[in-house]
Design a protein around this ligand. Structure first.
Ligand code: A2P
Length: 274
């Protein structure tokens, strides 16, 4: 049973979710993940796989209401009328009458459409009850400050890039201090950090896989994680994190891997989508 964490909306989010952005066959891997015990699935309009995600949840045999499902607003849909229209299209593709969480995928601060207006439309969607919680992704401190100041409503979640080489601590702390749950995307650094010697040594010490060591680091930092995998065995092992605990010293060794901006693997959110 995955630990759940409280959101400022009153909802609870399972701390380990399944990321689907790379899924070759979302219906198959989502069904596999839910059967393996995941109760949180992360998708997005951008991934083009909402239909498969809905099919996978239904095929798992687990009731819809027991699975926390997130989708995200695509970059071309920031205009408030597009928010309403495309949100309903997402629900239709998923085959659900609500999602647990709806996020603005990227801030796109260079657009003519101000993301503050996009956020206001997200709040209207939430009022209809079809998105139980709403939040943002890849928002920097200045973006968070503006939407909160304009509406008085704090996003439930900020889903951001976090992995050992890019610990993103400043933004994490800024978000947490405002009661925003941090979700780490690409928690494994897209798989590239698994061969790091410090991680390999900790994996050997604890008798667990390098990916499990990294995911355990995230959990002990209090973040939600959404690792991705197409491999049934790895889908299962990424959820199986309760059999060991990292010591303070282990945590410090992983913290020391942070390379700051150099460790970022995707464009800076002020640039992404330009
Ligand atoms: P695969 O699909 O072959 O398992 P992230 O979630 O940080 O973006 O990382 C995803 C990448 O990490 C994928 O390429 C995935 O490959 C790989 N990966 C996921 N889980 C594991 C694991 N437990 N061991 C090794 N590689 C993994």
């Amino acid at each position: 049973m995955t630990t759940t964490l409280p959101l400022n909306s009153g909802a609870h989010i399972p701390q380990i979710g399944f990321g689907t952005s790379q899924a070759a066959d979302a219906a198959r891997s989502v069904a596999e993940a839910v059967r393996a015990g995941y109760r949180h699935i992360d998708t997005a309009q951008m991934y083009g796989n909402e239909t498969g995600v809905g099919e996978g949840v239904r095929a798992s045999g687990v009731p819809r209401e027991e699975v926390f499902v997130t989708t995200k607003l695509n970059n071309g849909h920031h205009d408030p009328t597009d928010v309403h229209r495309t949100f309903q299209e997402s629900l239709d593709r998923l085959g659900f009458d609500y999602v647990d969480l709806f996020l603005i995928h990227w801030p796109l601060p260079f657009l003519n459409t101000d993301y503050v207006d996009t956020w206001k439309a997200m709040l209207q969607v939430q009022e209809t009850g079809r998105a139980r919680s709403v939040g943002v992704s890849n928002f920097q401190p200045e973006h968070l400050e503006r939407i909160i100041a304009a509406t008085g409503v704090v996003p439930a979640v900020n889903q951001i890039e976090v992995h050992p080489y890019f610990a993103n601590n400043e933004l994490r702390e800024f978000s947490k201090a405002r009661g925003i749950m941090v979700e780490a995307w690409s928690p494994l650094g897209k798989g590239t950090e698994l061969s790091d010697p410090v991680i390999a040594e900790l994996a050997a010490k604890h008798g667990h896989a390098p990916a499990q060591v990294i995911l355990r680091w995230h959990l002990q930092r209090g973040d939600v994680v959404i690792p991705k995998s197409d491999n049934p065995e790895r889908i299962r092992s990424n959820l199986d994190l309760s059999g060991f605990e990292l010591t303070e010293q282990d945590m410090a060794a992983l913290d020391a891997l942070d390379k700051g901006e150099e460790g970022r693997r995707s464009p800076h959110p002020n640039e992404f989508g330009k």
